[in-house]
Design a protein around this ligand. Structure first.
Ligand SMILES: Cc1cc2nc3c(=O)[nH]c(=O)nc-3n(C[C@H](O)[C@H](O)[C@H](O)COP(=O)(O)OP(=O)(O)OC[C@H]3O[C@@H](n4cnc5c(N)ncnc54)[C@H](O)[C@@H]3O)c2cc1C
Length: 372
């Protein structure tokens, strides 16, 4: 489509997470002006923990003109290490894929989730962003769709981008009623001062400590904040939304781990730890209609083992903008968007379900290996 064709199209984005924010930035960067993000929460926020933004994602930030904004609040990493749980054996030390794949070196950027969402929304004009807008229903009328919000407002848009997360209302109403799938795992995440990390942080690169029973403890250094994100994933049959944990219960799941990893669990402020049961979704056959598309976790929520969920949501945003430029209509663009992205995210969903064991840790990046 020509820029003049979508400049004034009314584009409504449901959900102000990474996917929704990135979609708004990507569309703005190609000339769309009538774009609005509707978020249910009264403010934008993310739990306190770190995240790794891969080189391919970072290249999109350069394209969208927001690289400096992201770089200012993140630290560069060139590789990650996988170690045995006791730290005695280095199982893999791998450079991030595509680190040198672009005109400029794109390090993976380790960033605090809160800083990241703030940096993304800081790149958007205030009038594009609407908090306190909880979507309660969507009516797909073909060439347009109508959104109804809990606050009584209705909005009719030429294109609706549903970036409303793993429990997406839009997915349930229009594309798939299947509920999220419990992984039999818990994720515990917090951020601590490097001064309280018992010497675990020696450089800017993540370390994953992997046990035979599937428990993984990992550190993502946020050296620009003198902090480190400390995360534990462990098996559990308890599927409550926010499982109750104590320092003692964390120490118990870390039996046999590097003493420094255990010492952090023993001493951290448990009230600052986010504890969640872990879910993903089965692949969704069709992501779009003529005027509505899913994007990010709403389309393909995956387990966090490959660290690819947020990266995928952002890469979706880039692919959707490319498809709108290349196709001659919105329905054709949405079809192309799904054709480009779904094979990639189907594979990441599959790989993420394999989890981690010391044996499988010979590569941290199985997505580079062709599927067998
Ligand atoms: C433990 C853990 C670690 C992870 N680590 C990584 C990592 O290292 N790297 C990585 O790439 N990914 C990681 N992920 C995955 C990543 O967090 C998600 O994939 C990513 O946040 C998805 O972004 P999203 O914008 O699609 O969805 P979300 O972040 O879920 O955002 C959805 C937004 O929509 C809003 N919303 C929902 N319903 C409505 C409604 N009805 N009306 C209006 N608004 C609505 C929500 O409030 C929310 O703001 C991890 C996930 C977990 C659980």
């Amino acid at each position: 489509m020509e820029i003049s064709e979508f400049k004034d199209l009314h584009i409504a984005i449901v959900g102000g997470g990474y996917g929704g924010a990135a979609a708004a930035i990507a569309l703005k960067s190609i000339g769309a002006e009538n774009v609005h993000v509707y978020e249910q929460a009264p403010a934008f926020g993310q739990v306190g923990a770190g995240i790794g933004l891969r080189p391919t994602t970072v290249e999109l930030f350069r394209q969208w003109g927001i690289f400096d904004r992201i770089a200012a609040v993140s630290a560069p990493s060139d590789h990650l290490r996988i170690l045995s749980d006791d730290g005695a054996h280095l199982l893999a030390r791998e450079e991030w894929p595509m680190l040198h794949g672009y005109a400029q070196t794109n390090h993976t950027r380790i960033i605090h989730r809160g800083d990241f969402i703030e940096a993304l929304f800081g790149a958007l004009p205030e009038q594009m962003v609407h908090t306190d807008h909880k979507l309660t229903s969507i009516t797909d009328n073909g060439a347009q769709s109508t959104l109804t919000f809990e606050n009584g407002r209705t909005v009719t848009a030429d294109l609706v981008i549903a970036a409303d997360g793993i429990r997406s209302l839009v997915r349930q109403q229009l594309f798939s009623a299947k509920p999220p799938v419990f992984a039999g795992e818990h994720a515990y995440r917090t951020v601590i001062s490097i001064d309280d990390a018992f010497g675990l942080v020696t450089d800017d690169n993540p370390r994953f400590y992997v046990a035979r029973n599937g428990t993984v403890a990992y550190t993502l250094p946020l050296r620009h904040r003198n902090e480190v994100s400390y995360d534990i994933t462990t098996r559990s049959d308890d599927d409550s939304w926010a499982p109750v944990i104590t320092n003692e219960s964390l120490v118990a799941v870390l039996e046999g781990f590097d003493q420094r990893v255990i010492d952090v669990a023993r001493t951290l402020d448990i009230t600052k730890v986010t504890s969640r049961s872990v879910y993903d979704i089965d692949p969704v056959d069709v992501w779009h209609s003529e005027s509505v598309t899913l994007l990010g976790d709403s389309a393909h929520a995956m387990l966090h083992h490959q660290g690819q969920g947020a990266n995928s949501a952002i890469q979706d945003a880039g692919a959707l903008a490319d498809a709108l430029l290349a196709a001659d209509s919105i329905p054709a663009a949405l079809e192309q968007f799904q054709a480009v992205r779904k094979p990639v995210t189907d594979e990441l969903q599959r790989l993420s379900r394999l989890g981690w064991t010391p044996e499988s840790a010979e590569t941290a990046f199985p997505e580079q290996t062709p599927a067998r």
